[in-house]
Design a protein around this ligand. Structure first.
Ligand code: HEM
Length: 500
């Protein structure tokens, strides 16, 4: 027993000395970014176990500057917290910072990084991003997207009009956006109360709840093999169920696929595979196996669905808090759209409404820490060295609350995006990066902006939206983890603007 404990002591002492020497050598070799002191191996537990990492990190920049190192267990992660350093990394040195780190929860969901969002910078990633981008552009042609939105919105707004009591808008918008993505990805139009769509939404919500505060296995990966936490097991079960649904949809499409007919996003993927087959392009065919294709579909579905429904929820939240802003949007929609339905061609003239959406995207933090990047080679940012293989987070929340760029950052002010004539400024404001930038810029940005704008315009065209009588307009929200924030649950009442 004594000799066992002595051996253990010797191993621990050796390990500590080894780690110390490694740390000193690394510090001497590189000019690494600063960060607060922490217990080695444990790291900044209070920060990484918090649902408010984005805010805690932003606060620390006052002492340490915009490039900050935080230890998550044994790993040091870098956070970039202002526009200058983010643009330097993502735009000026873009290929250096275009990688993705591997971490167990991401790997589990993406079957080892076979998707786009979590796969690292490589020819395979580039190839999949290209075919998915082409498939998304298909929806921007003609009136395909606006007809889909119109159809889907009509269904939900008519149901909403029947609500006699105050109701939770989120319950509607969640389903609305899930149904929308069902049509885009799977070509299906289902009834509002369809149990399959509801079940998928519930699975997604459960996973967000579980993953929000992170899983210990991402900080200490070996745990999953020796003593997996209950959270990890739930994550694996949820992931299997979600991917099971997508695989079944994919198989139905393979079985009913007609060459040359494009019913939806899955068919676009199958068409890309067919083209490679026709051209005898073996290299592409290898990358177009079922696993990669299901993973691409999963990315488009889940990267799109959560960010879109959360943004819509924030938009309506602000519209109920600032009724005078809502009225201005409605006046603009009436003037530009008239009695028809909002369409893609109206988009260029809905300046004020779009400015409200942009301000919603700044203040409603739906991807506050984005998706982690990884350096592909030794690089630099803000005067510090960033060794190859370092995990780097973009703190979008900090960028969007930087008083240097946004006067009174907490204020909802659509005029930040408009010129003196009330027209949209030609360029986005500095430090406004909800979709990020550089090689990894959000693939869905060109679809998300018109899609959400048309959904919001449809909603405001039909209804005056307010808080129930006697309810005070507060500005409270809740943290979902990793920089994602949502309004605290709120109820609304809607009144048709033109009585039928
Ligand atoms: C309000 C809506 C949205 C917001 C705020 C948003 C934001 C983001 C952000 C911050 C990233 C990470 C960029 C980076 O790594 O630096 C991202 C990546 C991505 N987004 Fe979006 N997104 C939205 C909607 C969508 C939609 C509708 C789709 C699909 C139709 C989509 C597909 C993707 C994909 C595939 C990636 C991964 C890109 C890559 O790693 O190469 N997003 N998004």
């Amino acid at each position: 027993m004594v000799s066992l404990s002595l051996n253990l002591q010797t191993v621990l002492a050796g390990l500590s000395i080894g780690l110390f020497v490694y740390y000193v050598i690394k510090r001497m070799r590189y000019r690494l970014p600063p960060g607060p002191w922490c217990i080695p191996l444990v790291g900044h537990y209070k920060i990484y176990s918090s649902l408010e990492i984005h805010k805690k990190v932003a606060e620390l920049t006052k002492e340490y500057g915009p490039v900050l190192s935080i230890s998550f267990g044994p790993q040091s992660w870098i956070f970039l917290n202002n526009n200058d350093v983010v643009i330097e990394a993502l735009v000026k040195r873009k290929a250096d910072f275009a990688g993705r780190p591997k971490f167990p929860s991401g790997d589990a969901f993406t079957e080892g990084g076979k998707d786009i969002a979590f796969s690292t910078y490589s020819p395979t990633w580039k190839f999949h991003r290209k075919i998915a981008g082409k498939a998304l552009r298909h929806y921007l042609q003609g009136d395909l997207l606006e007809n889909m939105i119109q159809d889907n919105m009509e269904k939900f707004l008519s149901k909403m009009a029947q609500e006699k009591e105050p109701f939770i808008f989120k319950d509607y918008v969640d389903l609305m956006v899930f149904h929308q993505l069902y049509t885009i990805c799977f070509g299906e139009k289902r009834p509002i109360d369809d149990p399959e769509v509801k079940a998928l939404l519930k699975l997604d919500e459960d996973l967000i709840k579980e993953l929000g505060s992170g899983v210990l296995e991402d900080v200490f990966p070996y745990l999953k093999d020796i003593y997996p936490t209950a959270k990890w097991q739930k994550l694996i079960e949820g992931t299997d169920q979600l991917l099971g649904i997508l695989r079944a949809k994919f198989k139905q499409h393979v079985d009913t696929f007609e060459p040359g007919v494009n019913r939806d996003f899955i068919d676009s993927m199958l068409l890309a595979r067919q083209e490679a087959e026709n051209e005898g392009d073996e290299a592409s065919l290898e990358k177009l196996d079922d696993t990669h294709l299901v993973q691409t579909i999963s990315d488009i579905f889940f990267a799109g669905v959560d960010t879109t429904r959360f943004t819509m929820d924030w938009f309506v939240y602000f519209m109920t808090r600032f009724p005078e802003i809502q009225i201005k949007c409605q006046e603009e929609i009436d003037r530009v759209v008239g009695s028809g339905h909002p369409s893609m061609k109206d988009r260029n003239n809905l300046d004020y409404t779009e400015a409200c959406l942009f301000e919603t995207m700044r203040l409603g933090s739906v991807a506050g820490l984005g998706v982690p990047h990884m350096t592909m080679c030794d690089s630099q940012v803000g005067g510090y060295d960033i060794p190859k293989g370092t995990t780097v987070f973009i703190n979008h929340w900090a960028l969007h609350h930087d008083p240097k760029f946004f006067k009174e950052p907490e204020k909802f002010d659509p005029y930040r995006y408009l010129d003196e004539n009330g027209k949209k400024k030609p360029a986005r404001p500095d430090s406004w990066l909800p979709f990020s930038a550089g090689n990894r810029v959000c693939l869905g940005e060109t679809v998300a902006k018109p899609e959400i704008l048309l959904m919001c315009a449809n909603l405001l065209q039909r209804f005056k939206i307010s808080l129930p009588d006697g309810v005070q307009a507060n500005l409270e929200y809740k943290q979902l983890g990793f920089g994602t924030e949502l309004p605290s649950e709120y109820k609304i009442i809607v009144k048709e603007r033109i009585e039928n």
